[in-house]
Ligand binder design. Structure first.
Ligand SMILES: *Cc1c(COP(=O)(O)O)cnc(C)c1O
Length: 494
């Protein structure tokens, strides 16, 4: 299978290993498989008796045909081991006769990004070998919280790689900061910067585009790479759990094989929900994909009006991992639905004017599969309380955005179909807001919120977050943003 750019310039395409090694296509577009492999109901039947890791190897091998099934099975087994994810990496909780919750946060950092970032480094290292790349890959990440920690856990001690994470020292929660500062591993480095997330991100972008740094790194036999969600290697593992969840619901006797159901995904960069769309295109009987946004509802507005417009106020909300105004992976949907030429036009008007409008005719295609809803911060707090009191189920703020949207969608559409709501983080990852939703009281600080929430609910703090305040700090450094390049070079020389 070949991978081509969403902007259509490198028509010939590259093998999947190159797409994973390169991250971004040379014309600035994102890599997509040139066709979507089909998954028949018979094949879905066959998946019923397989483990998650076997399902994973099977689905991945349909896209990554330059990797062997055995390689993929080995990677999946190491990525989703019982030690890291418990017995079942993707459990489903039944909330009512019609609503099921797919929990994707049982990995080492308690957020769904582990699902991709535990296996992607393994796919990446194999990609280096397959491409004959002998230099060390230095993974450079700017983070506003969750991605940094998940990338550190994924890349730690992975041979042939080093990882450097920059975070805004006053722009992440105390728990997130401690998670990163206590990171263990031979090949990891974490540095705070004085400034906000945008400063960290611009600093990283400058390093990526500086030819002098590239040369200096080459002298150290090193090259830069990124771990963000526009890399195909991060997207493809996410398709697996959408296939697997459907099969699990059949196995539980909740749906019949072939029965159409809906899915609701709390969305920021449009990566997670897009993976669900690919599963649908492959043949998994998903009907509507409900795109759930927070107050930064640029996607809700796009799906309603056809106009994508990032020129608007940016809100910092209680679901911070979805505080995004440019949903990068939407480009992949435009490409699939409308083709490379239109996709390229829209992306250039997004870059120039910050907006674009898709014609009503073209929106019809997109609306066949997608519908948009959103939840503001009050909706989130109310939903957390309701779901806890009525269903005895404790959910985080991002999951609450999805559950609120599920209710609104089902009410408005008198929905007949069953629906999966995707749960993307442990409630303890955002303990202060969850505690506030339940008790209307603010905790003294982020750390005490963990214990207070446990006392209030008797739901156990997950392993990765237990005694987080007692960890030893291994990465103390905080630097001026102008020093990021020098610090990166020094780390490469280490
Ligand atoms: C990253 C993240 C999201 C958004 O996922 P996208 O793939 O960017 O749409 C939602 N919830 C949590 C907890 C996240 O960390």
């Amino acid at each position: 299978m070949k991978f081509i750019s969403t902007r259509g310039v490198n028509e010939q395409g590259v093998k999947s290993a190159y797409a994973i090694k390169n991250g971004l296509a040379s014309d600035g577009g994102l890599y997509m498989p040139e066709s979507i492999p089909a998954l028949s109901l018979d094949t879905l039947q066959e998946l019923r008796t397989l483990t998650y890791n076997e399902r994973c190897a099977k689905i991945l091998s349909m896209f990554l045909d330059d990797y062997s099934y055995e390689e993929l099975l080995e990677d999946a087994s190491l990525a989703y081991s019982e030690e890291k994810f418990g017995k079942n990496p993707t459990p489903i909780t039944k909330l009512s006769d019609k609503v099921f919750m797919l929990e994707l946060w049982h990995g080492p950092t308690a957020a769904f990004k582990d699902m991709a970032l535990q296996i992607m480094p393994r796919l990446f290292v194999r990609a280096l070998k397959k491409c004959g790349e002998e230099k060390t890959a230095l993974i450079l990440v700017a983070t506003s919280g969750d991605t940094g920690k998940a990338a550190l856990e994924g890349y730690k001690n992975i041979p042939g790689t080093k990882i450097k994470v920059f975070y805004p020292t006053d722009g992440v929660s105390a728990v997130q900061k401690m998670q990163m500062q206590s990171q263990e591993g031979e090949n990891v480095s974490v540095t705070g910067i004085v400034g906000n997330f945008d400063d960290a991100q611009s600093g990283v972008k400058e390093i990526f585009s500086d030819p002098g740094i590239k040369e200096a790194l080459e002298r150290e036999n090193t090259f830069l790479s990124s771990a963000n969600s526009i890399n195909w290697g991060r997207l493809v593992p996410q398709i697996v759990y959408y296939v697997s969840a459907y099969v699990d619901l059949v196995n539980k006797g909740e749906i019949l094989m072939g029965e159409k159901i809906d899915v609701c995904v709390p969305t920021g960069n449009f990566g997670n929900i897009f993976a669900c769309y690919i599963a649908k295109m492959m043949g998994v009987p998903y009907e509507k994909l409900v795109c759930a946004s927070n107050k930064n509802k640029v996607l809700t507005d796009f799906l309603a009006s056809g106009t994508y417009d990032k020129n608007r106020e940016f809100y910092k909300t209680n679901s911070p991992s979805m505080d995004i105004l440019i949903s990068s992976n939407l480009e992949r949907l435009l490409f699939l639905a409308l083709g490379a030429n239109k996709c390229r036009e829209y992306m250039s008007s997004l870059a120039k004017d910050g907006r674009y409008t898709v014609s009503a005719e073209d929106m019809k295609l997109i609306k066949e599969s997608f519908v948009g809803y959103y939840a503001d911060e009050e909706d989130v707090l109310k939903t957390i309380k309701e779901v806890y009191e009525n269903k005895n189920c404790l959910v985080d703020t991002h999951t609450a955005v999805a559950l609120h949207s599920v209710n609104a969608y089902m009410d408005e559409n008198k929905a007949e179909r069953k629906i999966i709501a995707v749960s993307t983080a442990s409630p303890y990852k955002f303990a202060s807001d969850v505690l506030f939703a339940l008790t209307s009281e603010k905790a003294d600080n982020d750390f005490s919120a963990l214990c207070e929430l446990q006392n209030a609910t008797s739901v156990q703090i997950p392993g990765p977050l237990q005694s987080i305040d007692k960890r030893s700090i291994l990465h103390k450094a905080v630097i001026d943003k102008n020093c990021m390049a020098r610090v990166t070079l020094n780390f490469a020389k280490d």
